[in-house]
Design a protein around this ligand. Structure first.
Ligand SMILES: [Zn+2]
Length: 255
């Protein structure tokens, strides 16, 4: 099992707050396809990812789906459910196998209510997640499939630190809101330029710089947001958030 501190949110908490959470945590392995929460339903557990990759996906009335957000070992899966009782229409599923620390949702609610430090940090990370969701929504509407696929692969690599990503074309089509046949064409073009190699369901990123030239500017925006998460964590590791949650945005390196 990976060390708990490989989750960025956990690693940013004071030891006292982290230990209070970890008393209730259970380590779990998360195979591909694990569902964290379903559309319109409250999650049973919350997960601090330690490795792997999860996607928040919206399925519309005709059954087609598109990813609206990607989550790696930087946050808590299902954090948006801590904010209220709204019936959230998205679901969240594990896309690259990994592991996590799991806490019962009601226990997490109690910790969230009791700890200003935890509340402040979760809210900051959710703000970043919301900004990334907005960017991806615009990207899916405005940019080409090639740009979106390149952007998606780069972000997936950033979050997992893996050079090989096991995905089918069907899955990638859902992730970038297009048809499977379009992914096949676009992936083939990226492969012809030796940016990626696709073999037996695994994509190997061969030329990151090349892939960045193929991606839209949204990749840089999302990367900047993710680096903001790391700034938050680094700041809190250095200074700590006051336990009354009154730390300003400036103290977390964001504004
Ligand atoms: Zn874009």
């Amino acid at each position: 099992m990976t060390s708990p501190v490989s989750n960025l949110l956990l690693s940013a908490l004071h030891t006292e707050t982290r230990n209070s959470l970890l008393k209730h945590a259970t380590p779990v392995e998360l195979p591909f396809g694990t569902v964290f929460f379903e559309a319109g339903k409250q999650p049973r557990y919350m997960y601090f990812l330690l490795s792997g990759l999860a996607s928040i996906v919206v399925t519309v009335a005709d059954g087609t789906s598109a990813e609206v957000s990607m989550a790696g070992p930087e946050a808590v899966i299902g954090g948006e459910h801590l904010l209220g009782s709204a019936r959230i229409p998205s679901h969240c599923v594990m896309q690259l196998s990994g592991s996590a620390l799991r806490i019962h949702f009601s226990q997490m609610q109690s910790e969230f209510a009791a700890s200003g430090e935890l509340r402040t940090l979760v809210l900051r990370l959710l703000q970043v997640q919301f900004a990334a969701v907005a960017q991806i929504a615009a990207c899916n509407r405005l940019h080409s499939a090639e740009q979106r696929l390149a952007r998606w692969l780069l972000t997936a690599q950033d979050k997992t630190q893996a050079t090989s990503l096991k995905f089918t074309h069907e899955y990638l089509a859902q992730m970038i809101a297009t048809q499977r046949s379009t992914v096949t064409v676009v992936a083939s073009e990226l492969q012809d330029r030796n940016y990626i190699e696709y073999t037996r369901g695994t994509i190997h990123i061969l030329n990151r710089a090349g892939l960045e030239t193929a991606a839209c500017a949204c990749y840089g925006v999302v990367r900047h947001l993710d680096s903001g998460v790391r700034s938050i964590v680094d700041t809190e590791r250095g200074r700590g958030i006051p336990h009354d949650g009154s730390s300003s945005a400036e103290s977390a390196g964001i504004s």
